[in-house]
Design a protein around this ligand. Structure first.
Ligand code: NAD
Length: 574
């Protein structure tokens, strides 16, 4: 009881309150490598125990008092916005209630930022830009080093916020943070990444190229990766000299608020990183504000197409990653055990709410006989609150999302698919009010069915049958999306053919979720999964997105040191 009281009371001063001496986190928070499942569970217990001994007077120094349970929060604090390195209570009259997806208890209220607040955020970012762009690359790199170290220190805290607001399991939330952290770590190498080119183009004349920041840029983020997607943007945008306005999803902004706190602690000057909130109204402001030069967007088709089209019309640079329907082709020669485990993990992990979830299985030839085994392993998954020990998947984000998922399952049944495993109506004993859907498998699906055409974005695997590899490739290429795809085979020739002919941004060969590492690559996408031209996130392309190219051609004639007579003809590059 005492522990619970401390957790609730401390919440009021924790997640959304700037913690000024965050770097002094206790040993329990200092974890530098991803945790194994059992280690994660130990950490959960240890952190909860730490919280029991927590002295509220020390709130400003040790941010250990974050919730690691789905217990109801008494008097939940409002989410603030962040400007000029300050957390500010919004003056809005429009609030968006944010509920824990496992319980539907209120966690916080998120403001729809007012016009004055939105303008103030851009004022701050615009005012900070000249000094920030003039800050040496080495100084910006030092701040990024500190930012990375702080994210590592606060890894569990960030993950806990994600589990509470988004619903995914604590272990999976740690992966969410890690994938963003890797982008920040890679941004630390900026001193060798931003080098220009130089060529002597004529006698005593040379051209140099520079990559310069754009100015104020903005990022509009989805709900499904509350830490990773803000971190796809913030490190690359700022290390290259831009100032940024982040708009996290109004459904789970907590991780982004912690990142703001860490950015301040790392030494980003006031105004370089700013956070505003809200939904369509905030997005329209970002599109219309002329001082914002570029928009990064990740989310659904509808919002993405709108933002890409209107943002481009306004002359902004826009990168926009949209929806997906990722297929896996499974060949009869595949390693059965590996393939089944990979497919079940990638279809149902994060409750299917990943843009790279393997939601569609194309079973080639006799592999359709493997369906009972796939269903058996899917049924063994533990669906529970994300903080619970052993949980494999948590709830989906909202009651509306659950309803949409269940409707699409029913549409499959109505259109003639076989409901091999039905997760509708599943309620873990401890969480009767959560937005849970258990793993669901529809087989004998055809490409005309609604459940095939729509992105379900839930723990639902739709399975189609084909006879040959060629049929699988043709079916997959006919789908409008092209985010990720995988093939399971033990034949190099089959893999080679698949890899060449398939139209998708990210191809896995015996790899179910082939997200390219930020250390060396960019996150791509193909067809309807990406809007417009190839403005990819992070990696070399990310650097290009956040910078503009400038060339300077200079002529320092050797003879000028002595010449006394002007030359009037055009240069002939002699
Ligand atoms: P969403 O489009 O509902 O929201 C994304 C952002 O857009 C949010 O910040 C939201 O406030 C804003 N927004 C929502 N509706 C808007 C509107 N009508 N006008 C203007 N702005 C609007 O997406 P989501 O549900 O948060 O995220 C899930 C979607 O994101 C899925 O479709 C998933 O495939 C996609 N996604 C894609 C990638 C990728 O890299 N391709 C990665 C992650 C998620």
């Amino acid at each position: 009881m005492a522990a619970r009281r401390i957790l609730s009371r401390s919440l009021a001063t924790s997640l959304r309150t700037p913690t000024v001496q965050a770097a002094r986190a206790p040993i329990a928070l200092r974890m530098s490598t991803p945790l194994s499942k059992s280690a994660t569970q130990t950490a959960v217990r240890r952190l909860t125990a730490t919280a029991q001994h927590f002295q509220p007077a020390a709130a400003a120094t040790v941010p250990v008092d974050y919730p690691m349970t789905h217990d109801k929060i008494e008097n939940p604090p409002n989410t603030k916005w962040f400007v000029n390195n300050e957390f500010v209570e919004s003056k809005t009259s429009q609030w968006i209630d944010l509920h824990d997806p496992a319980t539907n208890n209120l966690v916080t209220r998120v403001p729809q930022s007012t016009d004055a607040e939105l303008k103030a955020a851009v004022d701050a970012a615009a005012a900070a830009f000249p000094a920030w762009r003039a800050t040496s690359l080495l100084a910006r790199q030092q701040i990024m080093f500190k930012f990375v170290a702080l994210i590592r220190q606060h890894w569990d805290r960030l993950a806990a916020s994600i589990t509470l607001e988004q619903g995914k399991t604590f272990g999976d939330a740690k992966g969410d943070v890690l994938r963003g952290l890797q982008v920040a770590e890679t941004a630390c190498g900026i001193t060798t990444q931003l080098t220009g080119e130089v060529l002597e183009v004529s006698k005593d004349m040379e051209t140099r190229s520079y990559r310069e920041p754009l100015g104020v840029v903005a990022a509009i983020c989805p709900f499904n990766f509350p830490a990773m997607i803000p971190l796809w943007c913030l490190p690359v945008a700022t290390v290259t000299g831009n100032t940024i306005i982040l708009k996290p999803s109004e459904r789970d902004p907590g991780a982004c608020m912690i990142l703001a706190e860490l950015a301040k602690e790392a030494g980003f000057p006031a105004g370089v990183v700013n956070i505003v909130h809200g939904s369509a109204k905030t997005v329209d402001f970002i599109i219309d504000e002329p001082r914002i030069k570029a928009i990064s967007f990740v989310g659904s088709d509808k919002a993405g197409q709108y933002i890409y089209t209107r943002g481009s019309e306004k002359g902004k640079r826009v990168q926009a990653n949209l929806g997906a329907k990722n297929h896996a082709a499974i060949m009869p020669d595949a390693n059965k055990n590996h393939s089944i485990n990979a497919i079940v993990g990638a279809a149902f992990g994060a409750a299917g709410q990943r843009c790279m979830a393997l939601s569609t299985l194309v079973m080639v030839g006799e592999t359709k006989e493997w369906l009972p085994e796939i269903a058996k392993r899917a049924a063994q998954l533990n669906v529970n609150g994300g903080f619970e020990e052993g949980a494999d998947l948590g709830p989906v984000i909202s009651p509306q999302a659950r309803e949409k998922i269940e409707k699409l399952i029913q549409s499959g049944v109505d259109e003639g698919a076989t409901l091999l495993l039905d997760g509708r109506g599943y309620k873990p004993a401890k969480y009767p009010n959560g937005n849970f859907v258990g793993p669901t498998i529809l087989s004998n699906v055809t490409t005309e069915m609604e459940c095939y055409k729509e992105e379900i974005f839930g723990p639902v695997l739709v399975c189609l049958n084909v006879d040959t590899l060629e049929d699988a490739i043709e079916l997959i290429n006919r789908n409008k999306y092209g985010n990720g795809v995988a093939v399971f085979t033990q034949s190099g020739a089959t893999a080679g053919r698949f890899q060449k002919d398939i139209e998708a941004g990210q191809v896995g060969i015996n790899v179910p979720i082939p997200v390219p590492l930020a250390t060396s690559f960019s996150f791509t996408g193909n067809k309807a999964s990406i809007a417009g031209n190839a403005n990819y996130f992070y990696g070399r392309h990310g650097l290009q997105f956040y910078t503009q190219l400038k060339t300077v051609t200079s002529h320092w004639r050797a003879e000028d040191a002595v010449a006394t007579r002007a030359k009037t003809e055009m240069p002939t590059h002699d």
